[in-house]
Ligand binder design. Structure first.
Ligand code: GN1
Ligand code: MG
Length: 366
């Protein structure tokens, strides 16, 4: 039995593991789909947590537990109010009752249930899909809107705090010894011109305009599970970054991934644009669930949130390129540079369409 098999077997208990394959397209953790001899639940998801990113995986699991308990209880109370299925991935335990497994080489493994009859889709398909993606984030936020964020640990310090990413960028910059071609130069200038504005959400937070709430942290399109029969959204996966934050980080992340029809891995970065038709659909779906808890200030900063998270992800990719690809997994040396260009081009398109996007927000608000 190889190593991966024996790790999977730790979570499978008495059921025999029959197959394991790589699963999904995550940039941080390694993910596998495990098949076991079980007629009712033949699959589960096995993940090696990247402990260079998540320094305390135990706290990630603790947050997941608090989140799951809260949501499952709330869903039970709401059972008569919503006919729509909503699935929450369960944490699976090892045979000795632990929610994680540490290998002798200190790698950290955990397993979660697989949401059956569902699929994850990398690139948004059409406005129906967009509405479902927005609905999913809205429902997710609604379900945790009454969970006290101070109960959740900060499992990834500085996550989505744009000024911190800028500080890191300025630390990395002098160490860069690679080429400065026109693309790299475009990125330098792009960051330079937006440094002051990049504090916008953190300033609003310090001024008491935007409250900390529990958030998902990474609600991109392919983390929304779509039912293969009804095409409806039935859950959001990848709960590692559920922690206190601003809902704007989530809305921004959802829109920067959902309104980019070429997807974040395209090589055609010059063709990238922000699709405002999709933006309307996603926000419509989102607000159908979330309008109840959003304040006037929340609405006021929505546009900045959309612009900022696209910019921030570009900055994170670009900095990682300069740093030698130490954070995001890459398939080739300039992969993070290409990803940065996509996000910067998207940001540019968001900026060029500011009035139209603000108008969509206004229309949907009233
Ligand atoms: C990372 O690994 P994945 O794909 O779930 C990253 C997100 C980025 C995303 C971009 C913990 O998520 O913040 O938006 O890549 N997660 C972390 O695809 O940094
Ligand atoms: Mg993730």
């Amino acid at each position: 039995m190889n190593r991966l098999n024996s790790i999977a077997q730790e979570f499978a208990g008495l059921k025999q593991v029959t197959a394991i394959r790589a699963f999904g397209s995550g940039n941080i953790n390694d993910t596998f789909l495990v098949t076991i001899e079980d007629e009712i639940e033949p699959h589960f998801v096995l993940q090696r947590i990247n402990t260079h990113v998540f320094l305390q995986p135990g706290l990630v699991m603790q947050n997941m537990r608090i989140f799951t308990e809260h949501v499952c209880e709330k869903l039970q109370r709401e059972v008569n109010n919503s006919a729509r299925r909503w699935a929450v991935p369960r944490v699976l335990l090892t045979s000795d009752g632990k929610d994680g497994w540490v290998e002798p080489d200190d790698t950290y493994w955990r397993a979660i249930s697989f949401i059956d009859d569902s699929e994850s889709i990398d690139i948004i398909q059409d406005t129906e899909h967009g509405r479902e993606v927005g609905y999913a984030l809205g429902r997710f936020h609604h379900l945790i809107s009454d969970l006290d964020p101070t109960q959740l640990a900060d499992t990834l310090e500085g996550f989505h705090i744009t000024p911190k990413y800028l500080e890191y960028y300025h630390r990395v910059l002098p160490t860069y010894t690679g080429v400065v071609n026109p693309e790299v130069d475009y990125c330098f200038k792009f960051v330079q011109e937006r440094q002051e504005w990049a504090r916008v959400l953190e300033d609003a937070k310090s001024d008491g305009k935007l409250p900390l709430r529990p958030i998902h942290g990474d609600p991109k399109v392919n983390n929304v599970m779509i039912c293969t029969t009804t095409q409806q959204a039935i859950g959001i996966i990848d709960l590692d970054t559920v922690k206190p934050g601003l809902v704007h980080y989530d809305i921004g992340d959802c829109l920067r991934s959902g309104c980019n029809p070429l997807g974040e891995e395209t090589k055609e970065w010059e063709q990238v644009y922000f699709d405002t038709v999709m933006c309307r659909s996603i926000l419509q779906g989102y607000l159908s669930q979330a309008s109840g808890f959003l304040t006037d200030y929340d609405y006021e900063y929505l546009f900045d949130g959309i612009r900022l998270i696209a910019f921030e992800l570009g900055l994170r990719f670009f900095t990682d390129h300069l740093a030698g690809n130490v954070y995001f997994k890459v398939k080739y040396p300039t992969h993070n540079l290409d990803r940065a260009l996509v996000q910067f081009k998207l940001t540019e398109s968001i900026e060029a369409q500011e009035q139209a996007i603000r108008q969509i927000i206004e229309d949907l608000r009233s």
